[in-house]
Design a protein around this ligand. Structure first.
Ligand SMILES: C[S@@+](CC[C@H](N)C(=O)[O-])C[C@H]1O[C@@H](n2cnc3c(N)ncnc32)[C@H](O)[C@@H]1O
Length: 258
């Protein structure tokens, strides 16, 4: 049980866009190309505020997005409405969802797979995917590769990046990290600092992300009825290498009858 709400990071969706979108181009293109290839209906689990779901809907495909964080869903809905896109937004938990229908393409991105804190949660999520995946459907996702990341404890606050927030203030983002090797969970604390006429401000958020190595991931996928048909180390078609930053997997059902 975490000592904090693991959705703290997702309470300010407008600034989330400003932090995430600049680096998301290749990732959006990767999932949009797959969606085009596989066809709709498309289901994004843990869709956030639609950074990937909206561009896919813009290609004319029917998209449903599910997320646990209400502010993210509300912001996504607003963006889609302004673009006159009929995206379906559903509040739901990736571990328990049952929409009662199947999708040709199911994906989870933004490393949201790592929000699943335990093997039990990962297992419940993969059962959700199977429940919603058409017989000949495709499931795709990425997760950070533990062997491609520095998981060392970093208790001293380190500068990460800076950007101009929605209210026009320069926001400096810094943080610390602590790894729990038994749980395979990395705990990040993020500080966003800015100044305005009232003085200095700080917003502190905590998030825990589980790191799963590629061997364990493959066992997990197989145990839950998935076959990995393609594997990449990033979103530009890079072959997966042991120290790739990401484990990007494209999967199908092992037994289409299930
Ligand atoms: C890093 S964001 C990624 C959002 C989006 N997929 C993207 O690429 O921009 C992770 C998202 O996972 C959602 N999330 C975390 N745990 C969840 C759960 N159990 N069920 C559904 N959504 C969850 C959070 O609310 C957040 O919006």
């Amino acid at each position: 049980m975490l000592p904090h709400d693991n959705l703290e990071e997702f309470q300010d969706p407008a600034n989330y866009d400003l932090e995430e979108i600049p680096g998301a181009g290749a990732r959006i293109a990767f999932y949009a190309a797959l969606a085009r290839q596989v066809g709709d209906p498309v289901l994004e689990i843990a869709c956030g505020n639609g950074i990937v779901a909206i561009p896919i809907a813009q290609t004319g495909l029917a998209v449903t997005g599910v997320d646990l964080a209400r502010p993210m869903l509300a912001h996504g809905r607003g963006k889609a409405e302004r673009l006159r896109l009929a995206v379906e937004w559903v509040e739901g938990d990736a571990r328990q969802l049952d929409l009662g229908r199947r999708f040709r393409f199911v994906y989870i991105t933004g490393n949201a797979f790592q929000a699943l804190q335990t093997r039990v949660d990962q297992s419940a999520f993969l059962s959700t995917v199977l429940r919603h995946l058409a017989e000949d459907g495709v499931f795709a996702f990425e997760t950070r590769n533990p062997a491609g990341h520095d998981l060392s404890d970093q208790p001293d606050e380190t500068f990460w990046f800076r950007y101009v927030g929605v209210e026009g203030h320069a926001i400096e983002v810094s943080g610390t990290q602590a790894f729990d090797p038994a749980a395979q969970v990395l705990h990040w604390t993020t500080y966003r600092r800015w100044r305005d006429a009232a003085g200095p401000h700080v917003r502190t958020t905590r998030i825990a992300c589980r790191f799963t190595n590629v061997a364990d991931l493959d066992v997990l996928l197989r145990e839950h009825g998935f076959e990995v048909t393609q594997r990449f180390g990033g979103f530009e078609g890079e072959a997966f290498a042991p120290d790739s930053p990401s484990i990007v997997s494209i999967c199908r059902r092992l037994e289409p009858g299930l």
